[in-house]
Design a protein around this ligand. Structure first.
Ligand code: PEP
Ligand code: MG
Length: 587
């Protein structure tokens, strides 16, 4: 038995040790089987039947998943039904059968290839990963061409699932049975449906593990470490023991953290703070609340564009916003208008390639460029606001003029809804994200134009320090504790508070224990982050005294370098509040 240690991305924390279960994927044909002209109608009928069977299967799968793990995961199947009903999908297959006089298998495989190329050309990982939803539907149609073929029941109970990729519906079906110990995939990443599902069902998962399906054999033993992103094939006994005790430690830690979800969000000296969740899919709402979230602080609405190969309609937007608002009610939901364009270029939006995408037609710039599209989104958000817990958040604001322009559009949309007697909350709060240095410098002017501010530290740091947030060559320069960053964040927080306006941080800084302490020291009370980090931040902030932290951070403001700031704060916090950083160690 060969021993290998492979690295990937840990997308769902936790450790599992067990036997593998290898899941084979659907292989689309590479052989074009030609048919005669008079067989074409029969072949089109065959394809039509496969579509029908797929539709029926998706509906029954949806029901099954709804019963087993709840509404929010059944939603994947709504997305799949939308893909299935997309006319352009079936039409392109029919065209191939007619034009090339070939079998439906070939037509599906060609369409699959076309979509794979289309999605591969997308640079943004999050959007690229949505390819698996289309693949999932196409695989089902493909298998349904031969309906009599018996599908063998997968025996994955108490095993570790290894596969090239796991289609979202497969993930929902397999993981919902509650018997898979862990998942290790060659494809996928943090934002794939499978990763989200694994996190919410508490199944350790590592993705992007190159060639794992070629390295494993039936009967192999595996260790999956979803916390550190590692997979070990046939580990020696000593290593198995080491990981088994790591697993026990991790589970204790998780139990402790879970307990904190129910505790009050108050510092040692009784100052209240609020922890909110950043989400990308409606399915994440339930997990967010189970982790202790007190609202959805950031819904990255650009994900909606991935549900279809064409543009989403107002109804598509509306359905999703309503679902989130209903699920979260009475807690608030901050819907960020699309942050698309630049490197998040989607083919259906036909944006020209830009020489410098990060500085290009992105976020609000794109929305003001394509106003019809923007109005569709604003209308849908307003229509979903009747429960009065919806807020609108505008990304990448650079100047006041943008707010003026968007308010004109916003009022037009409201007037139109009023004239059609469509209900909405007339007081939906409107907020600006501070992500661009120019916006930070005029935070005192901007704040007067909006109801609240939210600091997107991921972009603010990138633009402030001129360091591409996804370029590993310059990542050593990406420093949240750079004195310039500390000064600017302090200024924004104090400015909003002076004006009596709500202020939140929704970038990654809010999810890091040490950074969260610093933000608290600046007077911040609202932190929005990936739901899995909520318990640890709650634990950290509950373990410190607000007044002490304020003093420590105040003193740190005179220090010259990021490293010294960090060392100083760690040292002082460890003396005053040793427990605060303890629980922050494990993911
Ligand atoms: C940010 O920039 O900090 C942010 C929260 O937005 P995103 O990460 O989606 O750009
Ligand atoms: Mg941003």
């Amino acid at each position: 038995m060969e021993y290998f240690r492979l690295r990937g991305t840990g997308v769902s924390p936790g450790i599992a040790v067990g036997e593998i279960f290898l899941k084979e994927r659907v292989i689309f044909t590479t052989r074009k089987e030609v048919i005669s002209k008079n067989q074409i109608t029969g072949e089109l009928d065959r394809l039509g039947e496969a579509f029908k069977r797929t539709g029926a299967q998706l509906i029954s799968l949806k029901e099954e998943i709804r019963e087993k793990i709840g509404d929010e995961h059944a939603f994947i199947f709504d997305a799949h039904l939308m893909i299935l009903k997309d006319k352009s999908l079936s039409q392109s297959m029919k065209n191939i059968i007619q034009d090339e006089e070939c079998r439906a298998e070939w037509a599906i495989s060609q369409v699959h290839e076309k979509y794979a190329k289309l999605f591969d050309s997308i640079e943004d990982e999050y959007f690229r990963l949505r390819q698996s939803d289309v693949s999932d539907v196409l695989s089902k149609i493909y298998l349904n061409l031969k309906p009599t073929k018996k599908v063998e029941k997968d025996d994955h109970k108490e095993k570790i699932l290894v596969a090239h990729d796991l289609l979202p519906s497969e993930a929902a079906t397999i993981l919902s049975q509650g018997k898979v110990l862990a998942v290790a995939l060659e494809m996928g990443g943090t934002t794939s449906h499978t990763a989200i599902l694994a996190r919410s069902l508490n199944v350790p998962a590592v993705m992007g593990v190159r060639n794992i399906t070629k390295k494993v054999k039936i009967g192999d033993c595996l260790i999956v470490d979803g916390t550190d992103g590692e997979v070990i094939i046939n580990p020696p006994l000593a290593m198995r023991k080491e990981f088994s005790s790591k697993k026990i430690k991790y589970e204790d830690y998780r139990r402790e953290l879970k307990k904190t979800a129910k505790l009050e969000s108050k510092t040692l000296d009784g100052v209240s703070f609020f922890l909110l969740a950043n989400i990308e899919l409606p399915e994440e709402v339930a997990t967010a609340f189970s982790m202790g979230a007190e609202g959805i602080g950031l819904f990255r609405s650009e994900f909606i564009y991935l549900q279809k190969s064409t543009l989403p309609s107002e109804e598509d937007h509306f359905r999703i916003y309503s679902r989130i608002a209903k699920k979260a009610h009475p807690a608030p939901v901050y819907i960020r208008t699309i942050d698309i364009g630049g490197d998040k270029n989607l083919p259906q939006l036909k944006i020209e390639k830009e020489p410098n995408p990060a500085l290009g037609l992105r976020a609000i710039r794109f929305s003001l460029w394509d106003r019809d599209l923007f109005k569709i989104q604003l209308r849908a958000i307003l229509r979903a606001s009747t429960l009065r817990n919806v807020r609108i958040l505008i990304p990448m604001i650079t100047e006041i003029e943008e707010l003026v322009e968007l308010k004109i559009l916003y009022n037009e949309v409201k007037d139109d809804l009023r004239s059609k007697k469509i209900a909405f909350d007339p007081h939906v709060p409107l907020g600006a994200m501070i992500e661009v240095p120019a916006a930070a410098a005029i935070a005192d002017l901007l704040v007067k134009e909006v109801d609240y501010l939210s600091i997107g530290t991921n972009d603010l740091i990138q633009y402030y320090l001129a360091v591409d947030r996804s370029n590993e060559f310059v990542s050593y320069l990406y420093k949240p504790f750079h004195p310039s960053i500390l000064r600017v964040i302090k200024f924004i927080i104090e400015t909003a508070q002076k004006e009596g306006k709500e202020i939140t941080v929704c970038g990654e800084m809010a999810a890091d224990p040490l950074s969260a302490i610093v933000l608290l020291g600046f007077g911040l009370k609202r932190f929005s982050m990936n739901p899995i980090f909520i318990p640890r931040i709650k634990n950290t902030l509950r373990s410190v005294g607000y007044k002490n932290v304020q003093k420590i951070v105040q003193n740190a403001m005179t220090i010259k370098t990021a490293q010294e700031v960090e060392e100083y704060i760690i040292e002082k916090i460890l003396v005053k509040h040793p427990k605060a950083l303890l629980m922050g160690q494990m993911k």
